[in-house]
Design a protein around this ligand. Structure first.
Ligand code: 5GP
Length: 190
C-alpha cells in the first residue's frame, strides 16, 4: 500500500534491534486518514471471505483493527494484556512473548466476545516473530472458531513471523512488506 510506504519512508525511524519506530502516525500519535485507508484496504483484500469479527490486541492494534472492522461492518474485539478485576467471567488466554517489551504477557478475551463457529480476521500493526498473531489464532481456536486470515500493516518479512504464519497455512495480507532494515534504511519488498 503506497500511502503507508510513503509515510514510513518520510517518518519511520529505524532503531537498534530491527525495530521500526512509527509512533508519529501508527502507534502513539495516529493518522486517522491513513488508519481508515488501511482498514478499507484490509476489507477490500478480505472482501470475498466471510468475516464475522475482527480480533486484535491492545493497544497498538486497536486503531487499525477498528478501521478494518468498520469497513467490514463487523464487531472488533481486542485481546487484553493485563488481568483486570472486571474480567470476572470465563476467558480464553494465550501466552505471548512481546517483541518490543521483551516480556511474556498473557493475552485474554472474554469467552462472551469470541463466540464459537465464527470466521475471525486477525489484525495487528506489526508482524515480527509472529507471537502476537499466533497467540490470537490460539484464542480463536480455543473458541471453536476459524481464522479467516491475518492482516498486518507492517510485515518485517525478514524476521520469523512471515514464514511461520505461511507455513502454518494462514492467509497473510501485509500492507507494507519490509525485506530489511540494514544500515538504518527501510528496504521494501516490491
Ligand atoms: P511479533 O509478535 O510478531 O513478534 O511482534 C509483533 C508485535 O510486536 C506487534 O504487536 C507490535 O506491537 C510489536 N512490534 C514488533 N516489531 C515492531 C517494530 O519494529 N516496531 C513497532 N513499533 N512495534 C513492533
Amino acid at each position: 500500500m503506497e500511502e503507508l510506504k510513503r509515510k514510513i519512508r518520510e517518518e519511520g525511524i529505524v532503531l537498534p534491534g530491527n525495530v521500526l519506530k512509527v509512533d508519529s502516525f501508527l502507534n502513539h500519535q495516529i493518522d486517522p486518514e491513513l488508519a481508515m485507508a488501511m482498514g478499507r484496504e484490509i476489507a477490500r483484500r478480505f472482501g470475498g471471505a466471510a468475516v464475522d469479527r475482527v480480533l486484535t490486541v491492545e493497544a497498538s492494534g486497536i486503531a487499525i483493527g477498528l478501521a478494518a472492522a468498520y469497513a467490514l461492518h463487523v464487531p472488533l474485539v481486542f485481546a487484553k494484556k493485563s488481568k483486570s478485576v472486571l474480567m470476572t467471567e470465563g476467558a480464553y488466554t494465550a501466552a505471548v512473548y512481546s517483541y518490543t517489551k521483551k516480556t511474556e504477557n498473557q493475552i485474554s478475551v472474554l469467552k462472551r466476545f469470541l463466540p464459537a463457529g465464527e470466521s475471525v480476521l486477525i489484525v495487528d500493526d506489526f508482524l515480527a516473530n509472529g507471537e502476537a498473531a499466533l497467540g490470537m489464532a490460539s484464542l480463536v481456536r480455543q473458541a471453536g472458531s476459524r481464522t479467516a486470515g491475518i492482516a498486518v500493516a507492517v510485515d518485517k518479512a525478514f524476521q520469523a513471523g512471515h514464514d511461520r504464519l505461511l507455513a502454518d497455512g494462514y492467509r497473510l495480507e501485509s500492507l507494507a512488506v519490509i525485506d530489511s532494515l540494514d544500515g538504518g534504511t527501510v528496504h521494501f519488498r516490491e
